[in-house]
Ligand binder design. Structure first.
Ligand code: FPP
Length: 593
C-alpha cells in the first residue's frame, strides 16, 4: 500500500510500533478495522502523540517546548505539498493526508492548543475543562471519521447523538487523565477542574504532595463514576455501520475496564499508571475481533491508491499565529477606507437580509446557484468591511425555514455552497468568531459538523461575531422559546404569571445574541421576512435597491453612516443628537419609537 517507497514503509511501520508500544488498547482497537485502513489510523495516532510528547517533554523549559511544537507544525505545513518529510511520523501523516484527502486545517486549533498547554492549565469548572478537551480530541476523531467516510463507511452521527458523542469523548479524556495521574503529578500538572477538586476538601493539596488520603480516594471514586457515565452511551452506535459500531462499543468496554483498574489501584495510582489484567482485555477483545471480522466481511471498501506528491494538495494547517494576533482584512480594491465613526456611535449589531441573488443571476442569463455563489463573495467582502469599521456583531440571514420550499436543486446548491465556504474557512486568520443560529434537525449532518467545528474553534475570538442564520425562522425561534418556558413552568421552576421579558430573552435559543440596532435588506424589497422578530423590536430599518451579489463593504459603511444620523428614542421623549438613547436593550415602555 505504500508503493515502492521504502522510507514511507518504514515511516508507517514506526507509527504502528509507537501505537502498539505506547497505547496497547488503542492498537487493539485499530486491529478491529480492515488492514487497508490501519496505516492511516496509526499515522494519525502517532502524530497526535508525537506532538503531545513534544509539548510535555519536561527536560526542556516551557518556551523551548512551545517553540518545538511550533516548528513541528510549521514543518508539516511546508511538507504537505511535497508528500514527504525527513521526520518519519510526519512523513506518514502527509502521505495519509494526501491519500485520503484529509483537510488538516481542521487540526490547526488542536495543534495550537498543545502549544498553549506548555504554559500550564487551570480549569475553574467542568465547562472550561470540557471545552479544552473537546477542542483537542474532536478534531483528531474527526479525521478518523473522514478516513472511514472516504473508505465508503461513513460514521454518520445522528444529530440527536452529537451530545452523546462529545460526552463519550469527555469520558475518554477523563479516563486518560485518571490513568496518567502519577505522570502528570510528577510534572506538577493536575488536569482536573477546581469545581471537582473543591468538592473533596484537601484533595488538591494532597495530590500536589502526591499523598493518598481519604479525600483523594473519594475524589477518584467520584471521577471514575463520572467517566463511567460518560462512556456508557448506548444510543451512540444505534443505526451505525456494524464495523465502526464494534470499534466504539469495544472502546467503551476497554474504558470501563481501565476505570475498574483505576478504582482498584488505590495509593498505587499515584506511583504508576494502572492497567487492566491481560485476561480482562482478552475477554473483551476476543469476541470483538470475531464481531468485527463478520461486520467487515460484507463491506466493500474504497481504498485510494498511493498518491504522487502534488496530485492532490489538501490545505495544511497554517502555522499557528502567535496568540491573539490576527491578520487585518485585505483592503477594498478602490483603496477606500471606512468612515471614522467613533466606536460609541457605531451600531453594536447589524443584521442583514441578503436579497437579490436570484435576480442577479437571471439578469446575466445564469442559473440561480451562480447568484448564490456570487452572494458568498459579497459575504466575505462585507465581513471584511465590518472588521474595518470595528463592528461587533454581524448577523446574516443565510437560509430560512421557508427556503426549504425552493426547488430541491437550489436548496442543494445553497447548502453545498455553505459547506464549501465553511470548509475553506476564509476568515481563519481574521479576528472573527463564527456562530450558527437555526434548527438542527433538518440540515445535513456534515454541514452541522462543520458549523460546530467552526463555532468551537473560534469561540475565544473577541473581534467581530458573525452569526449565520441557517434553517432559521423568527416564528420558529419564538415557538421554541415558548416551549422552553413551558417546560420550566411545568417543572415548577418558573411561575407562569410572573414571567418577564428578561425570562423570555434568557430562554431564546441564542440567549446572548444582542438586540439588533440596524436591520439592512438589499434587493429593493421592504419586508422583514420572519427575521429576528425579538431582536429587531427597536431596530432601525435600512432598505437598499442593489442586489446582494453587487454589494461590497462600502454599502455596509454607507448603511452604518445612515444609522448614525437616525434619532433613536425607543418610545421615550426625543432628545438631541444621534444617540439619544444609547442602550437599545432597555425599552422605556409606551408605544414603539
Ligand atoms: C436571497 O436571494 C438569498 C438566499 C436565499 C441565500 C443567501 C445565501 C448566500 C448569500 C450565499 C452564501 C452565504 C454565506 C454566508 C457563505 P434570492 O435567491 O431570494 O434572490 P431573488 O429575490 O433575486 O430571487
Amino acid at each position: 500500500m505504500t508503493g515502492d517507497d521504502p522510507a514511507l514503509r518504514a515511516a508507517y511501520r514506526l507509527c504502528r510500533r509507537r501505537t502498539k508500544g505506547q497505547d496497547p488498547a488503542e492498537y487493539a482497537l485499530i486491529q478491529l478495522v480492515p488492514a487497508a485502513l490501519r496505516p492511516a489510523l496509526h499515522a494519525l495516532w502517532a502524530a497526535a502523540n508525537a506532538l503531545d510528547d513534544l509539548g510535555d517533554d519536561r527536560t526542556a523549559p516551557a518556551a523551548e517546548r512551545a517553540a518545538r511544537v511550533e516548528a513541528w507544525i510549521t514543518a508539516l505545513h511546508r511538507e504537505l505539498p511535497t508528500g514527504s518529510s525527513p521526520d518519519p511520523v510526519r512523513h506518514a501523516l502527509v502521505d495519509t493526508a494526501n491519500r485520503w484527502r484529509l483537510d488538516l486545517t481542521e487540526l490547526r486549533d488542536a495543534m495550537a492548543q498543545v502549544q498553549d498547554d506548555t504554559r500550564g492549565r487551570h480549569f475553574a469548572d467542568w465547562a472550561e475543562w470540557r471545552a479544552w478537551g473537546r477542542d483537542n480530541l474532536l478534531p483528531w476523531f474527526g479525521q478518523v471519521r473522514t478516513v472511514f467516510d472516504r473508505a465508503g463507511v461513513p460514521v454518520a452521527l445522528r444529530l440527536d447523538t452529537r451530545e452523546a458523542y462529545e460526552e463519550f469523548l469527555d469520558g475518554v479524556r477523563l479516563t486518560d487523565i485518571l490513568t496518567d495521574l502519577s505522570a502528570d503529578l510528577a510534572q506538577g500538572d493536575l488536569l482536573l477542574p477546581a469545581e471537582a477538586l473543591d468538592l473533596h476538601s484537601g484533595a488538591a493539596a494532597d495530590l500536589a504532595r502526591r499523598r493518598w488520603s481519604p479525600a483523594v480516594g473519594a475524589l477518584v471514586t467520584h471521577l471514575t463514576g463520572l467517566a463511567r457515565q460518560w462512556v456508557a452511551q448506548e444510543a451512540l452506535t444505534r443505526g451505525m455501520h456494524p464495523g465502526p459500531a464494534t470499534v466504539l462499543d469495544t472502546m467503551a468496554a476497554l474504558l470501563h475496564a481501565q476505570l475498574d483498574a483505576v478504582d482498584a489501584a488505590g495509593p498505587a495510582l499515584l506511583r504508576s499508571p494502572p492497567r487492566p489484567a491481560l485476561r480482562t482485555r482478552a475477554r473483551i477483545l476476543a469476541p470483538a475481533r470475531a464481531r468485527a471480522a463478520l461486520a467487515w466481511r460484507l463491506t466493500p471498501l474504497t481504498v485510494p491508491p498511493p498518491q504522487h506528491p502534488g496530485a492532490h494538495r489538501p490545505p495544511a494547517p497554517a502555522p499557528p499565529a502567535p496568540a491573539d494576533t490576527f491578520l487585518r482584512p485585505p483592503p477594498h480594491p478602490s483603496g477606500e477606507r471606512p468612515p471614522g465613526i467613533p466606536p460609541g456611535d457605531l451600531p453594536a449589531h447589524v443584521a442583514v437580509i441578503m436579497d437579490g441573488n436570484g435576480r442577479w443571476a437571471r439578469q446575466r442569463g445564469l442559473p440561480r446557484h451562480e447568484g448564490h455563489r456570487a452572494g458568498a463573495d459579497a459575504v466575505r467582502e462585507v465581513v471584511h468591511g465590518a472588521l474595518d469599521i470595528g463592528l461587533r456583531h454581524l448577523t446574516l440571514y443565510t437560509f430560512s425555514t421557508e427556503n426549504w420550499n425552493r426547488d430541491p436543486e437550489e436548496v442543494d446548491a445553497i447548502l453545498g455552497l455553505l459547506r464549501r465556504e465553511l470548509a475553506e474557512n476564509p476568515f481563519r486568520d481574521l479576528d472573527v468568531r463564527l456562530r450558527w443560529h437555526g434548527r438542527a434537525g433538518r440540515l445535513p449532518p456534515d454541514l452541522v459538523d462543520v458549523l460546530h467545528l467552526r463555532e468551537r474553534t473560534t469561540r475565544a475570538r473577541t473581534g467581530l461575531t458573525v452569526t449565520m442564520c441557517i434553517d432559521y425562522g423568527g416564528r420558529d425561534e419564538l415557538t421554541r422559546t415558548a416551549a422552553a418556558l413551558a417546560g420550566r413552568a411545568r417543572a415548577g421552576r418558573l411561575e407562569p404569571g410572573l414571567i418577564t421579558e428578561g425570562d423570555f430573552a434568557r430562554h431564546l435559543p441564542l440567549a446572548d445574541l444582542p438586540d439588533v440596532d440596524l436591520l439592512w435588506r438589499t434587493g429593493g424589497e421592504q419586508r422583514v421576512s420572519n427575521f429576528l422578530p425579538w431582536h429587531t423590536a427597536y431596530a432601525e430599518l435600512h432598505f437598499t435597491p442593489g442586489l446582494w451579489p453587487d454589494t461590497d463593504r462600502r454599502d455596509l459603511w454607507q448603511a452604518i453612516t445612515a444609522y448614525t444620523g437616525r434619532q433613536r428614542h425607543h418610545g421615550a421623549t426625543p432628545a438631541d443628537g444621534p444617540s439619544a438613547v444609547p442602550c437599545p436593550t432597555a425599552p422605556a415602555g409606551g408605544p414603539g419609537g
